[in-house]
Design a protein around this ligand. Structure first.
Ligand code: ZN
Length: 260
């Protein structure tokens, strides 16, 4: 059992590494407003780098073919984050039906975090379809597994997470953007789904929010100190996303409900 999960983790690490460059293209589509082409681009001169730029690891050290600016470093973070997130999720869940939705969830969070980090925006064109697809998958898979408690937990999770961040946005608008509120609906759905108990699902949502606020605030403080910036400029989206995916990986319930 343990060996199987370990092998699954290694397999999905490699799968994540191969998928990472494609997620990088999705980030470019939004950040650079370029059309879809299967290659990475130089942010300096917009030159496409050819299909070989989609080979992970090798491409991290590549310079632009035209202007020699480093191209790969920008995509490295997405590749590495995807590989480690996929490995951790696969090891955590094992080969069960819920692994698929959580892998898709992880991939969407990596794309959104990278976009938020570069542009301070969370585009509707990615967030809303993800919320709807997530809801659909949760309903269908919960139905097939006979895990009807999971549906109520997921809906409550989305409502609590979205509601709390929505309230923060109204009370303290500069800290939380409207994009963070929409993202929170998605985060709450997948967090809530972890727990059959409504109380436990709500507790997990609040613990995750506290972790995100502390983590995001701390990173922001250090970042501003190092860069000597006067005003805090922290995109909270990535902090919320990282706290949520960590909570999914370390929280010990869902596997007991649906696997054994
Ligand atoms: Zn260039």
């Amino acid at each position: 059992m343990e060996t199987t999960r370990l092998l699954l983790g290694i397999g999905f690490f490699l799968f994540g590494l191969a998928l990472g460059p494609w997620l990088g293209i999705a980030v470019d589509r939004v950040v650079e407003r370029v059309s879809f082409r299967p290659e990475h681009r130089c942010t300096n001169c917009q030159q496409g780098q050819g299909r070989s730029s989609l080979i992970p690891v090798v491409s991290w050290f590549a310079d632009c073919v035209t202007c020699n600016q480093s191209v790969g470093r920008r995509y490295l973070m997405v590749d590495v984050a995807t590989a480690f997130t996929f490995a951790a999720l696969a090891y955590r869940f094992g080969a069960v039906a819920v692994l698929g939705p959580y892998l898709a969830f992880g991939a969407v969070l990596i794309v959104l975090s990278a976009i938020d980090f570069e542009t301070h925006l969370l585009p509707n064109i990615i967030v809303w379809p993800s919320v709807l697809t997530g809801l659909f998958l949760i309903l269908v898979i919960s139905g097939q597994l006979g895990y009807s408690e999971g549906i109520s937990s997921a809906l409550l999770g989305g409502a609590v997470f979205g509601g709390f961040i929505g309230l923060s946005h109204v009370v303290y608008a500069p800290g939380m953007g409207r994009g963070d509120v929409k993202l929170s609906l998605l985060l709450g759905l997948f967090l809530g789904w972890m727990h059959p108990s409504l109380i436990e699902a709500t507790r997990l949502v609040f613990l995750t929010i506290i972790a995100a606020l502390l983590g995001g605030g701390l990173i922001g403080l250090v970042y501003n100190r190092v860069r000597k910036l006067g005003k805090a400029e922290i995109p909270f989206g990535p902090a919320l996303a990282i706290a949520t995916i960590t909570a999914v990986i370390v929280s010990p319930r869902l596997v007991d409900v649906v696997t054994y």
